[in-house]
Design a protein around this ligand. Sequence first.
Ligand SMILES: [Zn+2]
Length: 710
Amino acid sequence: MNRRAKPKKIKYFTPKMQAKLLLVFCVIIVALIGLIIRLVYLNQKDGEKYAKRVLSQQTYTSNSIPYRRGSILDRKGTVLATSQKVYHLVLDVKYMLQEKEENLKPTINALVETYDSLSKDELMKIVKTKPESQYVKLLKNLTYEQMAVFKDKMEKDSHIKGVWFEEDYIRQYPYKSLASHVIGFTASGNVGTWGIEQYYNDDLNGTNGREYGYFDSELNLERNIKPAVNGNTVVSTIDANVQNIVQKQVDAFNEEYGSKNIGVLIMNPNNGEIYAMASNKAYDLNNPTDLTSFYNKKEIAGMNEDEKMEALNKIWRNFTISDAFEPGSTFKPVTVASALEEGIVSPNSTYICDGYEEVGGYEIKCSNRTGHGELTLQEALMKSCNDAMMQIVAKEGKKLFYQYQNSFGLGEKVGIDLPGEASGILMAKKDRNNTALATNSFGQNFTSTMLQVAAAYSSLINGGYYYQPHVAKEIINDEGATVKAFDKNLIRKTASRETSDFIKEAMFQTVEAGTAKTAAVPGYTVGGKTGTAQKLPRAAKTYIVSFIGNVPADNPEVVIYVAIDEPQNVIKQADSSLATKLASKILAEVLPFLEVYPSNDEAFTENESNTGDNSKKNTEHTSGTDTKTNKNNNSLTNQSNEVNNTESGQETNPNGDGTTMGNTPADGTITGDTTADGTGTDGTTTEDNSETSDEFDPDALTDLGTETGE
Ligand SMILES: [Zn+2]
């Protein structure tokens, strides 16, 4: 369809219209000018006020709210580490100076009056040099009371301006050096260093909150708070009382004799919980970099920074898990257990010890040079006979022996929840000849940590269950609710019930009538094994003496391992009774805290022989808590240790783990007789530990580190 467009009508801009437009234009201009004037006026009137408010709230409007790092508690709830709220005093110089003299003087005066450590001159210097600064931290770590005094003054005097308090937390360790190697400490910024503080750092830390602010149309501050999430608390398996007793006894030993190192480990063999871990280098967790307890002023002054750090790392390391050394005779129960498991020996097996065994062309001696004579399997353990062990492993063979060494957790980290664990070093595969096997049978020529030996031993006497040792029992949140619970963690079965029963009985007899008599604790049945390991190089004739044991003997609830590295001022360093006596003293005190009580049953019958199962007969459990153990009628033998200076200058055998550890020595020669165990069956010292260090081919040890070197 076609439609024709209408013709367009032409419009003209008439003079009348031009006049109207001009008028509108003028009105707009006038209005704009008015608005500008108003704005300038407003700005002059309120700008200052506005700016001030912004300034005063500036730090505050985007403040970080610190979280509280979780605590570390002992198994009964005693606080071992905690974070305390503190306040830092911050001066906003720019804001204080806003009204010049009006606020400056009252503020400075109030500060100086309240805090002794602040001086007027100092503050004026800050004002002069940093007039634009809004954040000058004048005081740190004030308590609530110290903070509140000043806040009070601020509220009363409106001329005190530009002072505010920043919240923070500081880490505190109420028991100072207690369990220092288990707890660890924190560096600035809540960074855990060593111990539980490091291992559970992420659990202990929380998330900072934030306080936001903005101004509404009325210039009022609207606040928005995202609260901080506090960290979780770690409930450890440590018992503060037990730990305290252990540390006290370690100190007492060192006061009486002295030693290069002492390690004491107490654990529950039935679930792997660690009750106490101590060494003689307990340090104040509140002041972890202080060397004055360990070195004199002159020594410290002579150290450069690297040397200081090295010294500190030596102090901080946990001897019971970070240092590996030859376990010596405490390893013998493992050797016997493995042979029992394989049916290579039986409880009825007998051995003739003639004082040595010839292996691979070497004469490897027993601790008893003249020979123990005929021994049962149990007696071989009781008297700590090397000859019998060598005969056993010769029958067992390398393959099985080393298989069991692994199965008992040697040569690898047990995986405890602590940093710095060493794995120990086993004889390298290519060096596992008959001579190596023979010496390995009695705990020589391989290294292990105290923790490894304690865990292996626990499995031997608890029915054959290898539980992973651990120091954390539970993780709870800020409200006390359980986040994680660490139950017993069964790693593997190491031995049968029968084997375990045999070892338990043999350990009981070792304390009853064998080399560990002095480990007895009045009122309790104790089982255990001594160890005397000669350190490398053998020629130095330095020793680590040790005792590992369990209470009660028949149904163990507590395992203790004491190792004394180079006891000092003793007639004879190779005297394991130093360790058994220390263990006995510790046990007598700690057992009640662990709810293991002496028995009231006096009807204990004297052992008729060494072959019976007296421990079972006399230690049957009844339902009452106070009848858990029976009276042990063996009194402590009193061997006096006269003070006598023995020489010792040899390095310890630190075994490396990571950067802070040393290297395992593999520099010495091996010899076969390092296992004299202090006392004989009659309680007198019968064995001689004099060494022959040149009997063995030094090459046998050259590659000790190659298999498991970290
Ligand atoms: Zn022997």
